[in-house]
Ligand binder design. Structure first.
Ligand code: PLP
Length: 421
């Protein structure tokens, strides 16, 4: 019995030093590397605390005031607060904060309005869309008939007349607006007009831009969409998870699909993290943060263009940019490796009409949400663009990568992360 209690009270380091050590190494990596992955961010300490809270011990299947288990009085209040805050920020009629991930949130909406064999119209994965928008290996590609829209070859932006034509041709049950790698603003009003014209439901997946919407630097899709889905951990800077917003008419059906349709018990410590995320995202300081993300992205993209990189669509309106590496005679795959060795973390990404295979690609996707959280501004964007240019222009120079790595670590040290950990 004594042994059991000792084990219960012991730290990770005492119980499992290997995992403890790996967690510390990851913290050190986050501190010393320049994080440019557009879907990543650093959550506030309060969100980390919530994610590690005793709420993990609780089962709370069902919805507040109608839970299947006893002892839910505190956790259901947390869930209600999270829903109320989400609705207030985005101006929604109904919110469900139980989806464990962005993919589950999308699945919940698809299952609410579609039957297997129905058609959905969404953005092509190789031009910015997400796997859960119809990729053949994803459940969406297996269950539904997929029609896709992409970007215009010339402008590399969405041609809404073409989306309208495709919608009329494919007569989808649902149209998906939203992307993982689209650097421009989305015209939700136009998407809704197209959906209405063909009698489709409009679902906006704002996973990437939710923080920009909350901060008032991107149009809000909620008034124009039947459903809005989002992750909580990208620009919104919160606990890793997701939520769905919808109009009242869909509320009951959506809730029934989330639970018991596709999930069991909600992850309550993460729902507490989401509640805190929404609280922080509705504060005035978050508006400044969102505006700085966009300024930093514009600044990084301009600095890269000055150094000879081609920026897809000529720039960015949001937190991310797609960089065409062909002028530098690099592939995305090689560039990620070279930058990684130099202390800069990014991901390869297909550019529109990419001649390379998806595992190679001609592009990189960069985002500024995480470095903006660290406090970096326009001046640092120039330093980072310079480092990227140097490393990718001299792929054989191992010593250069080593020296850039140490410079990036110094830059990181000037913008401390999680000092209290
Ligand atoms: N939707 C979009 C637009 C995304 O970019 C992502 C993730 O990158 C998702 C959904 C999926 O989120 P998750 O990884 O939580 O399933």
């Amino acid at each position: 019995m004594a042994y059991f209690n000792e084990e219960m009270e012991a730290s990770i380091d005492a119980i499992d030093p290997k995992i403890g050590e790996l967690i510390k190494s990851e913290l050190e990596r986050q501190r010393t590397h320049i994080e440019l992955i557009a879907s990543e961010n650093f959550v506030p300490r309060a969100v980390l605390e919530a994610a590690g809270a005793v709420l993990t011990n609780k089962y709370a299947e069902g919805y507040p005031h109608n839970k299947y288990y006893g002892g839910c009085e505190f956790v259901e209040e947390i869930e209600e607060i999270a829903n109320a805050r989400a609705k207030a920020i985005f101006g929604a009629n109904h919110s469900n904060v139980q989806p464990h991930s962005g993919t589950s949130a999308n699945q919940a909406v698809y299952f609410t309005v579609m039957n297997p064999g129905d058609t959905m119209l969404a953005m092509r994965l190789d031009q910015g869309g997400h796997l859960s928008h119809g990729h053949p290996i994803n459940f969406t590609g297996r269950l539904y008939s997929i029609a896709t829209y992409g970007v215009d070859r010339e402008t590399e932006t969405i041609n809404y007349d073409e989306v309208e034509r495709l919608a009329k041709e494919s007569r989808p049950k649902i149209i998906v607006a939203g992307a993982s790698a689209y650097p421009r603003k989305l015209d939700f009003k136009r998407f809704r007009a197209i959906a209405d014209e063909v009698g489709a439901i409009l679902m906006t997946d704002m996973a990437h831009i939710a923080g920009l919407v909350a901060g008032g630097v991107h149009d809000n899709p909620t008034p124009h969409s039947h459903f809005v889905t989002s992750t909580t951990h990208k620009t919104l800077r919160g606990a890793r998870g997701a939520f769905v917003l919808c109009t009242d008419v869909f509320a009951k059906d959506l809730d029934r699909i989330v639970f018991p349709g596709i999930q069991g018990g909600p992850i309550l410590q993460i729902i507490a993290g989401k509640a805190i995320t929404f609280k922080l995202a509705s504060e005035p300081s978050f508006k400044l943060y969102a505006a700085q993300i966009v300024k930093n992205a514009a600044s990084l993209s301009a600095a890269l263009a000055e150094r000879g990189f081609r920026i897809v669509s000529g720039g960015t309106d949001n937190h991310l940019m797609l960089v065409d590496l062909r002028p530098k005679k690099q592939t995305g795959k090689d560039a990620v490796k070279l930058l990684g060795e130099a202390g800069i973390t990014a991901n390869k990404n297909a550019i529109p009409f990419d001649p390379e295979k998806p595992m190679i690609t001609s592009g990189l996707r960069f985002g500024t949400a995480a470095i903006t959280t660290r406090g970096m501004k326009e001046a640092e964007m120039t330093v980072i663009a310079d480092a990227i240019d140097k490393v990718l222009s001299s792929p054989d120079d191992v010593a250069l990568r080593k020296s850039v790595r140490s410079k990036m670590a110094d830059l990181g040290a000037a913008f401390p992360l999680y000092e209290s950990l």
